[in-house]
Design a protein around this ligand. Structure first.
Ligand code: XMP
Length: 489
């Protein structure tokens, strides 16, 4: 249970100010230590890591990989509503138990159209309907059916597809296990679901069934699709954006502005709540107990904590606003811990910071720079001619570069006026190229499990239950020399 009093020993403290006092270990192996934690009351993550809604961190590839690994990606809002929704729906369609609205082409489409369609949507099998919009299955055209010979490009898909009469199909309510059996016995990759009138009701693919079996820890919604978050603001076209994102399948909205403890946030949440009473809202950012209380009172499901600790941030340098990150997390816990979820956002440089954030109050941790520089982060790998090393760009969302890019894509005149009137509070930096984010998440998962074991517990949940009431009992404050001994290598 949270207690509203903040011990003065937290004042001014952040991650490098403490070590964790090792407890008697009770696990024989660290390998399977559960790390499950709550994004909101109704959404749990197997890995409590969330990738930042920044244009140099989370696009479609990052969101997909984060969810596959048990975390969550939040698709940034520095782009048009259309592009943000397109990215989101690509992630939602990438893996699912049942694809509810499979992509279709009508009979009469040409092979050339089918080839382009398959490439654009990255699909291997196209359902062909009897005529545009009929929804009645005429057959299936797979990539293997498409002739290589380009002189046949103008011929109709009907010539090459397998017609419904020769297809294996199943009724809409077929169980996943039964679908898997039909696909195995027929040695087929996809199973259209149709009703008695041959109306298309869905599609199950072998790839997706395999995925469900092999990745029980992936973050999925109740339909087996990957969980995906999306960012919205609080002004301009935010209601239109929220509506579009939710109909594209967003599972949670991240209502994200620099100064969340504000009237504009209150008005924004009130409007969102009136329209979408049950949508999980993760709202931020704040850095104080009062800010956390404010968020809980106006209806946030989770509060995002962090003003200015991030690597791309200049807020503290430019405005003096901010609270040291561990103090801010603790303030939030003491005020709203156990009432709404807390997400620590920014300032994580080492994996130990993640454990400290979780042990001192956070339910989940958002990472920007720690996940940037990876294959899955948007942007190209660049070669630094001086050092011959590979780099990628990481930038704050209010850096001049990110602001300019979002304006190119924006039709929201309020947002443009606001952006042009506000001097930057973010910066762009180059970070080393680091390969796949999967390896980074694997390392974080391993280090978190070790940290739980050092805490003398068998799961992250147990560790938090044991520590959260009074983390200071478990923390060792560091002197300058102890800090050197600990971190200088
Ligand atoms: P890390 O330390 O993980 O921080 O790189 C990521 C978080 O930084 C925040 N962010 C900003 N803060 N100006 C700021 O003051 C900015 O331009 C900016 N861009 C991102 C954001 O909360 C992110 O998750």
């Amino acid at each position: 249970m949270a207690s509203n009093l903040l011990d003065p020993q937290w004042i001014g403290k952040t991650f490098d100010d403490f070590l964790f006092r090792p407890q008697k270990g009770i696990t024989s192996t660290r390998a399977g230590i559960p790390l499950r934690s709550r994004l909101t009351q109704h959404i749990a993550l197997d890995l409590p890591i969330v990738s930042s809604n920044m244009d140099s961190v989370t696009g479609g590839d990052m969101a997909e990989t984060m969810a596959l690994e048990g975390g969550l990606g939040v698709i940034h809002r520095g782009q048009s509503i259309e592009r943000q929704c397109e990215t989101l729906s690509r992630v939602k369609r990438s893996h699912s138990a049942v694809i509810e609205q499979p992509r279709t082409l009508p009979v009469g489409s040409t092979i050339e159209e089918a080839r382009l369609f398959a490439r654009r949507h990255k699909i291997n099998g196209i359902l062909i309907e009897t005529k545009a919009g009929s929804g009645i299955l005429a057959g299936v055209l797979t990539r293997r059916d498409i002739p290589w010979d380009r002189s046949r490009d103008k011929e109709s898909v009907e010539t090459f597809m397998t017609p419904t009469s020769r297809l294996k199909t199943a009724p809409p309510d077929v169980a996943t296990e039964e679908a898997a059996k039909i696909m195995f016995e027929g040695r087929i990759e996809r199973l259209p679901l149709i009703d008695q009138e041959h109306r298309i009701c869905g599609l199950i693919t072998r790839k997706d069934v395999r995925f469900l079996r092999e990745r029980p820890f992936a973050s999925k919604d109740e339909k087996g699709r990957l969980l995906t978050g999306a960012a919205v603001g609080c002004a301009g076209d935010f209601m239109e954006r929220a509506t579009a994102l939710l109909s594209a399948g967003a599972d949670s909205l991240f209502v994200d502005i620099a100064h969340g403890h504000s009237q504009i946030m209150q008005t924004g949440i009130e409007k969102l709540r009136a329209e979408f009473p049950t949508t999980p809202l993760v709202c931020g950012n704040i850095a104080t107990a009062a800010g956390a209380r404010f968020m809980a009172d106006i209806g946030a499901d989770a509060v995002k904590v962090g003003v200015g600790p991030g690597r791309g941030c200049r807020t503290r340098l430019e405005t003096a606003a901010g609270v040291p990150q561990l103090q801010a997390i603790r303030e939030a816990w003491c005020e709203v811990g156990g009432e709404i979820s807390i997400m620590a956002d920014g300032g994580v440089r080492y994996d130990k910071d993640i454990f400290l954030a979780l042990a001192c109050g956070a339910d989940t941790v958002m990472l920007g720079s720690a996940l940037s520089g990876t294959d899955e982060a948007p942007g190209r790998v660049i070669e630094d001619p001086a050092s011959h090393t590979k780099k990628k760009i990481y930038r704050g969302m209010t850096s001049p570069e990110a602001v300019m890019e979002s304006l190119y894509d924006s039709e929201d005149s309020d947002a443009i006026d606001e952006a042009l009137a506000t001097p930057p509070e973010g910066q762009e930096i180059q970070v080393p190229y680091r390969g796949s984010v999967v390896d980074i998440l694997h390392r974080i998962r391993g280090h978190l499990r070790s940290a739980v074991s050092y805490a003398g517990c068998t799961s992250l949940e147990d560790a938090r239950n044991a520590i959260l009431d009074n983390p200071l009992e478990f923390l060792v404050p560091l002197s300058e020399s102890a800090r050197r001994e600990s971190y200088e290598r």
